[in-house]
Each structure stands twice: as C-alpha cells, then as structure tokens.
Design a protein around this ligand. Structure first.
Ligand code: AMP
Length: 279
C-alpha cells in the first residue's frame, strides 16, 4: 500500500516504524521511465522506498518556468503505487519551507559553471531542498539520475561536506528509442522540435567517437558538438562543454575522466544531456 503524506509531522511519524534501510527518490513529479528506473533501483536495494514529489520554486530562476512546469499528482501517485513505493511525500510549499525559513545551502566551485552559470541560484535551490529532504527522511540511500550530471555532483559535495548520513547513488540516463533523454520538459516540445531533439545525443556521440579515435583536444570536441547542433535550425545551443570529470573546469586537453555536456533551447524549452568519457 502506497501512503500519500503531506506534512513533515506525518512523514516523521510514518518513518519511525519502517524497516531499514530506507531509499529516497526525490522528484518534481510528472514521472516518466527515468524516474521509474530510480524507484526500481531503490526498490531493489531497500525494504522501504520514499518518493517525494515537490516542484521546488527555489530552483527556478524564472517564475514562468516554475508555473509552466507540468504537474499531475494523480498520475504520479499511480506510477509510484505501480512501482511499489511505500511512501509518497507530496507536501505543500510551507511544509518544505516552514514559516520563517531562512537558510540557504550553497555549494561552491562545482556549482558555478554550466547549469550554475546558465541558471543563477538554481543549485542553491537544489542543495537547500535536498538538504531538507535528507534531514526529514533520514534515508540510508538516495537515488539521482546521471541525466542531471552536475546536480548529482553538487549533491555529493554537499552530503560529504556537511557529513550527511545519506549515501548518494547515481543511476544511468534513460532514453527514448531515438536517443532523446527522458525529461518532464519534453512534453513542451512541438512535433517539429521533438523530431529535432535527438540532436543533443547525436552531438555528444559524435564527440565521443572522436575521443574514441584518439582526439584529446577540448576545443576540437566542443567544435564537433557545436557543428552537429548548429546543423539543426530549431536547435539553439546554450553551451557545449568538455569539462574535467571531477572539478567541471573546462579542459584544453583531455587526459582523465571528462564530462561532455550540452544545453540546447528549442523555442522556450530547454534540454540538457551529457556523456562521461572514462578511459
Ligand atoms: P526531476 O523530477 O526532473 O527533478 O528529476 C528527478 C530525478 O530523476 C533526478 O535525480 C533526475 O536526474 C532523474 N532523472 C530525470 N530524467 C532522467 C532520465 N532520463 N534518466 C534517469 N534519471 C532521470
């Protein structure tokens, strides 16, 4: 039986007597197979699974993006029930940010480039809400998608630095058959934009192939990705990056683990994708 809870108090009470370990899957809802894969991994690892559904206003820099974010709680709860989630926590905003809430969790250098530069304040919002969820749920394990590669790095940094007892586990990117990474935002794509959107993956794979053939210049791989993206008229690249896999600093030469990542706009919809290069 899946319980749907709203308040901090109900959640705390329910968690007091559950079998351990607890696996936590934080989401913003509009669940898809990417979220399902996280829940399945949590289900396999833990006798108790908690999924949270909360569209976190503090991680959106534009009010419009927050308002337009897709929501369907009834459907989301049905998916959680189907996946055997024990507890869904779907709180109103004032149960997350309690009256008088006045704390910001701000991670340093790793949160500055890429998504941090494109979306000022985004990772402060993410780190703050995840710190609240870690504190409330007290899970042994929490599951995040590699789809948001920098996000999971920021959360790992926060959890280590603050000695939070929740272990962060990264799950692989789930994709459509044509390579487009699943995202709640895909619903906003027009038919033509949806048809063009696999170019993110194609651009990343083109750079991967060059790397596989021995190319080690960051600029060469960035140029490869940019060329693939600009060949598609509907795609407006926001950034293409070849960064150090640990620090996210842009690389001149690749001589260790690297993260290829892209952010691309299709009209008002912004998509991201990435690929890890490991020897
Ligand atoms: P969101 O609801 O977009 O905040 O995402 C909740 C979690 O699901 C995050 O840890 C995401 O990285 C993860 N996620 C989103 N899309 C995918 C995907 N296509 N594959 C794997 N994980 C994903």
């Amino acid at each position: 039986m899946t319980q749907v809870l709203r308040s901090r108090a109900e959640l705390r009470a329910a968690l007091a007597s559950v079998p351990r370990p607890v696996g936590l899957v934080p989401t913003m809802g509009w669940l898809h197979d990417g979220h399902r894969s996280l829940i399945r991994r949590a289900r396999a690892d833990n006798p108790t699974v908690v999924t949270t559904i909360f569209v976190n206003p503090r991680q959106f820099s534009q009010a419009q993006d927050f308002t337009k974010y897709p929501r369907n709680e009834v459907r989301d709860v049905a998916i959680c029930a189907d996946e055997g989630v024990d507890i869904v926590w779907a709180p109103p905003a004032d149960e997350v940010y309690v009256p008088g809430f006045d704390t910001l969790v701000s991670v340093g250098a790793i949160a500055l480039p890429l998504e941090g530069a494109a979306r000022p304040g985004h990772f402060d919002g993410v780190a703050t809400v995840v710190a609240i969820l870690f504190g409330l749920v007290g899970a042994e394990h929490a599951y995040f998608g590699q789809k948001d590669a920098q996000q999971v790095m920021v959360i790992r940094r926060m959890a280590r630095d603050l000695a939070l007892p929740t272990e962060v586990i990264t799950c692989p990117i789930v994709r459509e058959p044509d390579g487009l990474a699943l995202s709640s935002r895909n619903v906003h794509l027009s038919l033509a934009e949806r048809a063009a959107a696999p170019v993110l993956r194609q651009a990343l794979l083109a750079a991967c192939r060059k790397w596989g053939a021995g190319e080690r210049s960051g600029d060469a791989l960035r140029a490869t990705m940019r060329a693939a993206l600009t060949a598609v008229p509907l795609a407006q690249p926001e950034y293409v990056s070849v960064a150090d896999g640990l620090t996210l600093r842009e690389l001149d030469r690749i001589d260790g683990p690297a993260l290829l990542s892209v952010a691309v706009r299709f009209g008002s919809t912004r998509l991201i994708d990435n690929e890890l290069l490991e020897a």
